[in-house]
Structure formats: C-alpha cells, structure tokens
Design a binder for this molecule. Structure first.
Ligand SMILES: [Zn+2]
Length: 320
C-alpha cells in the first residue's frame, strides 16, 4: 500500500515537473519570437545568434515594450471612443454610431440581382446591377445622389462622425460648384457618375446614352482627377444600351439600392421593410428647398435606424 502511495506521489511530482518544463519551453518560444520581431526578420550580418544581450534579457525588454505598446493602443482606443461619443453628442445623435468591422480580406463576388439582368448581361461582361453586397457583416452602405444641395455642415458632420459614403453626381446640378465636391473628395469620398442631365436613359438611343454617361466620366476625371468605376442610372432605369455604353467608358459596377432614406421617412424595396447585411441605402443631396429639413437632419434619421438595428456604415468601395 505504502509503495503505491509513494508511486502516486512520485507521479504527481513528475507530472508537476513536466508541466513546469512545458511552461519553460513555451516561454523560450515566446522569447525567440519576440527577438525575431525585434530584429526585423534577421540581422544584416546574417548571424541571427550574434546579439550582445543574453536572450532572456532581450525578451524582458521586448515584453515591457509590448506591454507599453498595448497600454498605448488601449489608451488610443479609449480616446477614439470618447471622440466618437463627443462627435455624436455634437451632432445631436441619440446613440454613438457603431464602428464598421474591417472589410473582408477576400472581396465578395458581385453579381447582378435576379430579375435585374439585361439580355446577354454575363456574356457581354456588362457591369453588374445590384442592390445589396453579399456579406454576413452587419453593415450597410450609404450612397448620395444628384448634387443639388451643397451644405458645408453636411461634409463637416460626416467627417466628424467618420461615416463613409459614396456620391453619384449629375453634372447639371454640380457644375455651379465643383469645389464643394472637391472638399468631399479630400475627405475620402469617391465621386461617381450619375449622368450629365439625369434623363430617363431607356428613352434615349445608344449614342445619346453614351453622351450622357461617357461625357460625365470625362468631366469627373477632368475636375477631380479620377475616372469613376461606379455608375448609377437615374431613377434606377436602364437597358442593355445603358450598360454597354457605361462599360465602354470604364464603368465596372452599377449599384442600385435596397432602401431609400428621406429627411422624414424610409422606403424599402423588400416586403419585410427592413435592413439587411450589405444593403445599399440611397439618399439625395437635398435640403430645405425640397425637404422639411437639412442634410444633417436626414443623416440623423439614417443613423438612428442603422444604429438601433445594430448596423455599422461601411465604405462601399472596400467591398468591390
Ligand atoms: Zn438621381
């Protein structure tokens, strides 16, 4: 009996030592990794072992540095959170907008929504027409059309709140003040094509449609230095000629929308009258001339629903 007990004790002791040993090995591995990072993937001399400080001391310094960096990152994140809360308060939001997750490493494949195809859509490689981006992330995308209202407070609000959006411009509405949209572009917004004069495109010939779309490509490139790859047909109306013309002058995508937000209400494409992951939301550059409120009022309505439903606003271009 006694021997058995001793044996058991011995085993327990041995097991304890084994755990200790494994712990020691793990520490060594961590130290090796840390010093590997510190040397930026190898020394210039090509002699990885030729460091003056003993490895244990180097690892200690690295661990302290790592802890300091972690603390600084935490402090930075807290400061950012506080700044977001302050911005939300400044702009009269009930809740702080959620921060979008990083976009997927592998971009989703964008396909034309069922029922939205034109003849030979895929065969001709025409730009896909879609209302939602395939994703599981709880994000929506904000797109803003036309360009009549040019409210400086709107640009300030969006920059302050760090809410991304994508603009679709129609030349006859923006040509009196290209500079307004230049300010927007400098804040990171991509400026895209919504034709010269906002016509009902299916009523025009191929040549007329090409003029409306491709001449707008040239104007945006001349004014803003970048040729758009996104085009939205006015009213969401298009035919095969529209997409062929758009493709001929560099358009890669034709995003439509799944919801539209106004200053005083929402409209939904789907029967469930709800937001879905990856939905594209449409609104317009409109103010008190057209609406009972300002663009910041509209954004407050937009963000209220989006945040209440647990969505963040992401950047459409990051998913295309
Ligand atoms: Zn429009």
């Amino acid at each position: 009996m006694r021997a058995v007990v001793q044996n058991d004790e011995n085993r327990v002791v041995f097991a304890g030592r084994a755990r200790g040993l494994r712990g020691g090995l793990a520490l060594l591995v961590v130290a090796a990794l840390a010093s590997g990072c510190a040397q930026g993937g190898g020394t210039a001399s090509g002699r990885p072992g030729a460091t003056s400080a003993p490895p244990a001391a180097g690892a200690g310094v690295q661990a302290a540095k790592g802890a300091q960096e972690k603390a600084e990152a935490q402090k930075g994140a807290q400061a950012e959170k506080a700044a977001r809360a302050a911005a939300a308060k400044r702009w009269g939001l009930d809740k702080v907008p959620l921060v979008a997750p990083p976009p997927p490493a592998k971009k989703p494949r964008i396909r034309t929504r069922d029922g939205f195809e034109v003849d030979d859509h895929e065969e001709l490689g025409l730009p896909p027409v879609f209302t939602t981006v395939p994703t599981d992330q709880k994000v929506v995308f904000l797109t803003i059309d036309d360009g009549a209202e040019k409210d400086p407070a709107f640009i300030r609000m969006m920059s302050d709140l760090k809410i991304p959006y994508t603009a679709f411009l129609s030349n006859y509405l923006v040509k009196d003040d290209y500079g307004y949209f230049r300010t927007m572009q400098k804040a990171g917004v991509s400026l895209n094509n919504h034709t010269l004069h906002h016509p009902y495109l299916p009523g025009l010939s191929y040549a007329e449609q090409k003029h409306e779309i491709c001449d707008m490509q040239d104007i945006i490139e001349k004014q803003y230095g970048k040729r758009p790859v996104l085009f939205r047909p006015p009213y969401g109306n298009y035919n095969q000629d529209t997409l062929r013309a758009a493709k001929s002058c560099g358009i890669k995508y034709a995003p439509l929308w799944d919801e539209e937000v106004y200053v005083d209400h929402w409209e939904y494409r789907e029967d469930d009258q709800d937001l879905h992951p990856g939905d594209i939301v449409l609104t317009h550059f409109r103010g008190r001339d057209d609406w009972k409120g300002t663009m910041p009022d509209m954004i407050r309505r937009f963000l209220k629903k989006v945040t209440d439903k647990g969505y963040a606003v992401a950047r459409l271009e990051d998913y295309l």
